[in-house]
Design a protein around this ligand. Structure first.
Ligand code: ZN
Length: 324
């Protein structure tokens, strides 16, 4: 079944699953490993989801982009297989955010190293890649992860709350606070209507402070970090020639990270996420807490309001309920 509702969509989420029209690749360095990595995005069948494949390892292990596979959240999100320690892929969040923000449900991602290339530190190069590859609307109905009861997690630094929200698109809010006067307190809310991710978040780069670089490198992190792939601050000063891409680039990047990490739920969200000073660790804890409470969520077909208005909701719901 191949249907297209594109002309009906308006501000709603895509009702059908999508994949890429063609394979496309790039190369770059890993932010933390400093290693050169080649990445190829490939189309994938309905219901496959986003799956990484380490093509440099024997048997080319597959690692599904699912929250159950999170193995490290220090300054990035790393996925891995519990029974195969070398089968890991790090810094997945910007690529996952770009795929989620571009409504790509199914893709196979080949990498020949332990980390997704950092590119310019944002999700924009990945959005560009998937747009160059193009999109195919598939026959299967998308499922969305609907929040039906609030779930909250917190740690010593921040909190994340999932809230029910019957908006047709997911809503994300982020608050951050840093001592540097270049950042201070920043707050932003984004409704992920079509085009919003690319316009408002995709170009926001990761950031770090010169003062913490030695400690990060001693911990095996940020070895590929440079002014080419991060906003680098010394105290209150942005060291990058050209300055910031958005005046509040920092909070926008944190929203980008949140969207990329929460894509590990395996389905687009129907609900609101209110995050305060949240990073990769808390994002992972939030997913774990949400899925630990079976009364707090349900998977449901992604039906736009226009589908109900036009009387095509019932066949879509039946298709979504069909066994996969
Ligand atoms: Zn990031």
């Amino acid at each position: 079944m191949q249907l297209s509702l594109d002309t009906h969509l308006g501000d709603s989420v895509q009702p059908f699953q999508r994949t890429l029209r063609a394979a496309i690749g790039c190369t770059g360095v890993g932010l933390h490993s400093g290693r050169k990595v080649s990445l190829t995005l490939r189309p994938a069948a309905e219901h496959v989801g986003i799956v990484f494949r380490r093509v440099d390892l024997p048997d080319q292990p597959l690692i599904a982009a699912r929250w159950e596979h999170i193995v490290d959240t220090r300054r990035n999100t790393t996925l891995g297989l519990p029974d195969r320690p070398e089968a890991r892929v790090g810094t997945v969040e910007h690529l996952l955010a770009a795929l989620a923000g571009s409504d790509v449900d199914n893709a196979l991602i080949d990498v020949d190293g332990p980390e997704v290339p950092i590119m310019d530190g944002s999700a924009a190069p990945f959005v560009f890649l998937v747009e160059c590859a193009g999109f195919v609307t598939q026959g299967a109905v998308r499922r969305v992860l609907e929040i039906v009861r609030p779930v909250r997690v917190e740690d010593e630094s921040g909190s994340i709350t999932f809230l029910p929200d019957l908006s047709s698109v997911p809503v994300y809010e982020m608050d951050i606070e840093f001592p540097s006067s270049a950042i201070r307190r920043q707050h932003r809310l984004v409704r992920l209507v079509p085009g919003a991710f690319k316009r408002d978040l995709a170009r926001a780069r990761t950031f770090g402070f010169v003062e913490e670089l030695d400690a990060l490198r001693d911990a095996g992190l940020a070895r590929g970090g440079s002014l080419d792939n991060a906003v680098v601050l010394r105290g209150a000063t942005v060291l990058n020639v050209g300055g910031l891409r958005y005046t509040d680039e920092f909070v926008r990047h944190k929203l980008l990270d949140l969207i990329g990490d929460l894509a590990l739920a395996g389905a687009p969200l129907r609900g609101r996420v209110v995050a305060r000073r949240a990073g990769h660790r808390l994002n992972a804890l939030a997913l774990r807490a949400l899925f630990a409470d079976g009364t707090a969520y349900r998977f449901t077909p992604a039906l736009p309001a226009c589908a109900i208005r036009d009387g095509i909701a019932a066949p879509l719901a039946a298709a979504a309920a069909a066994p996969v």
